[in-house]
Write a protein that binds this ligand. Sequence first.
Ligand code: SF4
Ligand code: SF4
Length: 340
Amino acid sequence: MEKRLIKKDALSGVIDKIASDMVVFAPVQDEDNVLFKQIQKGSPYLTTFANTKNAPKNFMFPRTELLLKYTRTPKGVQFASDATEAQSTVLFGVRPCDARSFALLDMLFDQDKWKDPYYIDKRAKTTVIALACNHPASASCFCTSVGGSPTSTDGADILLTDLGDTYLAEFITEKGAKLIGYFGDAKADKKAEEAKEKMARQAASEIKVKIPAHEIKPWLDANFEHPFWATIHQKCLACGTCTYLCPTCHCFDISDEMKGADGKRIRNWDSCMFPLFTKETSGHNPRPSQKERWRQRVMHKFRYYVDNFGAIACVGCGRCVMYCPVNIDIRKIVEDISKQ
Ligand code: SF4
Ligand code: SF4
């Protein structure tokens, strides 16, 4: 793996050069929020922030996405055009938990048997530059409980680590290595690697929240019907905030919008927290209350994804913990299940 060292004050020059050649999204301050937004050469961006409010999954799996267009003619349906082709893009400043979410979403959208061409096209043309967490958010981060770490390289093409006066740039994938020319030619020495290891240990030790996420699956396997499921959902407003901000949630709905003879097929995010999500045309709803919807959320993340792909579908980013308007905490639910 190639590694480079770049002076801290040289980073903006690197990003400017990349932004001259391709589309770059980076964390920026937007009123009270830190959000991923497109930046131009010279635009300000952040390198010291806990995490963005919006998860970067939006760039591979947009909230609303045109899949195809068509026109009805007397001779049948003609497909007028396909979805917009993705551009070469760099996502800069992705926290390691969010980079890991791409590795988890790849398992679903890019399987041997089933391939989602819309996701795969954007993923192939997007280089993820992750930024290691020197100081994880003590109140909400729990990546180390679900298989990640503040310096995880899963899902990233390049990992940048802040070493004080310099950044260590590690080129993880071939796609990442294609950008090596932007980062200068100062090779990383042993001292830099040791400093990174020290920082990695320190950052991991700052994550105080530990949950038994890997221990609850046997209980989930055996207890689809259990009184416990009636104890977690009462406060839930079914607002969907937790699923929309979650970097790994990926439920969607496909609808056709027609105007005259012209139609568009659109994919929109959906949420297992919404009552309509499973409501059938007959009026029957197999998940008739928030109890069944919350059970689904826990089962999907900690049981079904493990069965299907061998991984928990949570990266411990803490967004759902921070932004749930009624303070439902998935970490406490996992803890409570482990005590059953
Ligand atoms: S954010 Fe909270 S209130 Fe909203 S759907 Fe999720 S658990 Fe329910
Ligand atoms: S379930 Fe919550 S903590 Fe886990 S990845 Fe989703 S938003 Fe982050």
